[in-house]
Design a protein around this ligand. Structure first.
Ligand code: NAD
Length: 499
C-alpha cells in the first residue's frame, strides 16, 4: 500500500497542499512505498512564520534547560532505535546495523550540543582601558535551515539541528526526497522531548522549496550537504541573499597503502570503506593507491579474494554486507561509470553489473566492482561515482601517492596505511585534504571535533559540529562598558535623618 507522507510544521504533521508529489521507493523491491508532498513557496513561508514564533520562546529559555530537552530527545531516539533504523533501511537500503550507526553518529552530536551553556560563553576583558571592560555575547541567528542528502537521513539532519537548536535557533529541515520518513519521526521525537512548537520543522520538497528558503529574508543561515554542483549553487545563492552558508559537497577519497603496511588490515579496511553502504558515503574510500608494484600486486590479490566473498542482499537480512543502491537512476549512473572504465582501458577485476538477488527482482542492485590499473585521466578516477566501485591506481612512490591525493579536485577524506610514523606524520601534515586517517579508513571526526572537506568538497569557512557549529549558528555581539564614578564616590552612606 502506498501511503502519503506529510510535512511537520508548528509541532504537528501537516498535509501537503501544493498538489505536487514525488515517489519514495523501497530500493530492495523497486516498488513505490509512499508519496511525498513537495512544498510550495507558500507552504515554506508558513513554516518560516511558525519557526519565527517558536524561536522567541526557545531563545528565552536558558541554555541549560534547552540542553536538558536535547538530552531527553537523545533518550527517546535510543528508546526508538530499532523502529527508526528499520524505517531508515526501508527507504535508503543500507543494512540495519549501518542504519543504527547513521542514527548513533547523529545523536552523538546532539549530546555534544547539549553542552550549550559552556559552548555559548563569550569572552571578557577586565580593564581594557581605564574603567573600561569589554565582553562578547553569542546570540542565536533566529530561523535557520538545513538541506540534507539521502545518504545519511538521520545523521546529517541531527548534525545540523543539534547545535542550531542548542544555540537558541529555530530550525527548518528540507530533507532528501528519497528517504524523508526518519526526519519526520525525529521531528515528532523532538516535540515529545519538550521542544516548543515551531522550533523544529520539516518541509519536504525539491528545488522550489529550497529556493523559497534561500530567498526568504527571515531565514538567516543555510546548512547544506549534498553533491558539489548543488553545494556551489546554494552557497552562491545564499550569499546573494545576505545569508551565511556552509555547504558540503561530493568526494573522491583515496587510501594510500605503503609497502610496510599490514596488508591484511589494509585490505579489510578497503573492503569495509569501499563497499559498506554500497559505497554511498561521502567518506567512502573509492580509490586505493598502493605504493610500488609489489604492494599493488599483493593488495589486488587480497581484494579480489575478499570481493568474491561479499554478500549483497536485502537490507534487513542480517547476512547482507550491503544492500541495494538508493534509486534506479543511481544504478544506471553507476553502471554507466563501470562501462566507461572498461572503455577507457582500466582492468575490470570484478564486475557488479547484472547482479540479481533471489526474490527481489526489481531491487536496485549493483554488486561490488573492482578496477585495477586505473589512471589519472579516466572518468572513473576524476568523478564521484557514489556506488560500490573501488579503483586501484598504482603509484610508483610515496611522493606520487601524496600528489594524487592533494591534486584531486575533491578533498573530503583521505587515509594512509603504514607502520612508519615519519611517513604518516609527513602525510598528515602535507596532504591537501580536510580529514585524514592514519591506519583508519574512514576518519569521520568525533562529535567534539569538526567535520569538513576542502576544495570542491566544502564551501564556507566553518565546519560542521564541534565548536565551529556554535560559531556558525550564533552571531557575536561585543559590548564595551565604562561606568563613570557613581555612588561609591561622593555619595553619602549615612542614614538620612529627619532633623
Ligand atoms: P543532492 O545534491 O542530489 O541532494 C542534496 C539535497 O539538495 C537534497 O535535499 C535535494 O532535494 C536538494 N537538491 C537537489 N537538487 C537541487 C537543486 N537543483 N536545487 C536545489 N536543491 C536541490 O545529493 P544526494 O544525491 O542526496 O547526496 C549524495 C551527495 O552528497 C554525494 O555527492 C555525496 O558525496 C554528498 N555528501 C557529502 C557529504 C559531506 O559532508 N561532504 C556528506 C554526505 C553526502
Amino acid at each position: 500500500m502506498v501511503h502519503e507522507l506529510s510535512h511537520y510544521v508548528g509541532g504537528q504533521r501537516v498535509d501537503g497542499t501544493s498538489g505536487r508529489f514525488s515517489d519514495v521507493f523501497d530500493p530492495c523491491t523497486g516498488q513505490v512505498q509512499a508519496r511525498l508532498p513537495l512544498a510550495s513557496k507558500e507552504e515554506v513561508a508558513n513554516a518560516v512564520a511558525n519557526a519565527e514564533k517558536g524561536q522567541l520562546e526557545w531563545a528565552a529559555m536558558n541554555p541549560q534547560r534547552r540542553g536538558r530537552i536535547l538530552l531527553r530527545f537523545v533518550d527517546l531516539v535510543n528508546e526508538n532505535m530499532d523502529e527508526l533504523a528499520t524505517l531508515l533501511s526501508s527507504e535508503h537500503g543500507k543494512t540495519l546495523p549501518d542504519a543504527k550507526g547513521d542514527i548513533q553518529r547523529g545523536i552523538e552530536v546532539v549530546e555534544f550540543a547539549a553542552n550549550a551553556p559552556h559552548l555559548l560563553k563569550g569572552e571578557f576583558s577586565d580593564s581594557a582601558g581605564q574603567g573600561i571592560d569589554v565582553h562578547s555575547l553569542r546570540q542565536p541567528l533566529g530561523v535557520v535551515a538545513g538541506i540534507t542528502p539521502f545518504n545519511f537521513p538521520a545523521m546529517i539532519p541531527l548534525w545540523k539541528s543539534g547545535p542550531a537548536l542548542a544555540a537558541g535557533n529555530a530550525f527548518i529541515l528540507k530533507p532528501s526526497e528519497r528517504d524523508p520518513s526518519v526526519p519526520l519521526r525525529l521531528a515528532e521525537l523532538y516535540s515529545e522531548a519538550g521542544l516548543p512548537d515551531g522550533v523544529f520543522n520539516v518541509v519536504n520538497g525539491d528545488k522550489e522549496a529550497v529556493d523559497a528558503l534561500l530567498e526568504d529574508p527571515r531565514v538567516k543561515a543555510i546548512g547544506f550537504v549534498g553533491s558539489t554542483p548543488i553545494a556551489q549553487y546554494i552557497y552562491a545563492t545564499a550569499a546573494a541573499h545576505g545569508k551565511r552558508a556552509q555547504c558540503f559537497g561530493g568526494a573522491k577519497n583515496h587510501m594510500v597503502i605503503m609497502p610496510d603496511a599490514d596488508l591484511e588490515m589494509a585490505a579489510d579496511a578497503l573492503i569495509g570503506a569501499g563497499y559498506g553502504s554500497a559505497g554511498e558515503r561521502c567518506m567512502a574510500i573509492s580509490v586505493a593507491v598502493p605504493v610500488g608494484q609489489e604492494t599493488a600486486d599483493a593488495l589486488v590479490a587480497k581484494l579480489t579474494e575478499r570481493v568474491k566473498g561479499l554478500r549483497v542482499g536485502h537490507s534487513l537480512d542480517k547476512d547482507s554486507d550491503f544492500g541495494p543502491v538508493v534509486a534506479s537512476s543511481a544504478k544506471e549512473r553507476i553502471e554507466g561509470y563501470i562501462q566507461s572504465g572498461v572503455d577507457e582501458g582500466a582492468t575490470l577485476v570484478a564486475d557488479g553489473r547484472g547482479l540479481t538477488v533471489d526474490g527481489y527482482d526489481g531491487g536496485f542492485w549493483v554488486g561490488p566492482t573492482l578496477f585495477d590499473n586505473v589512471t589519472k585521466d579516466m572518468k572513473i578516477y576524476k568523478e564521484e561515482i557514489f556506488g560500490p566501485v573501488l579503483s586501484v591506481l598504482r603509484a610508483a612512490d610515496y611522493d606520487e601517492a601524496l600528489r594524487l591525493c592533494s591534486e584531486h579536485e575533491f578533498g573530503n577524506g583521505v587515509a594512509i596505511f603504514t607502520r612508519d610514523g615519519d611517513a604518516a606524520r609527513d602525510f598528515a601534515s602535507r596532504v591537501e585534504v580536510g580529514m585524514v586517517g592514519i591506519n583508519v579508513p574512514i576518519p569521520v571526526p568525533i562529535a567534539y571535533y569538526t567535520f569538513g572537506g576542502w576544495k570542491a568538497s566544502g564551501f564556507g569557512d566553518l565546519n560542521q559540529h564541534g565548536a565551529d557549529a556554535f560559531r556558525f549558528y550564533t552571531k557575536t555581539k561585543t559590548v564595551t562598558t565604562r561606568w563613570s564614578s557613581g555612588i561609591r564616590q561622593g555619595a553619602s552612606f549615612v542614614m538620612p535623618a529627619g532633623s
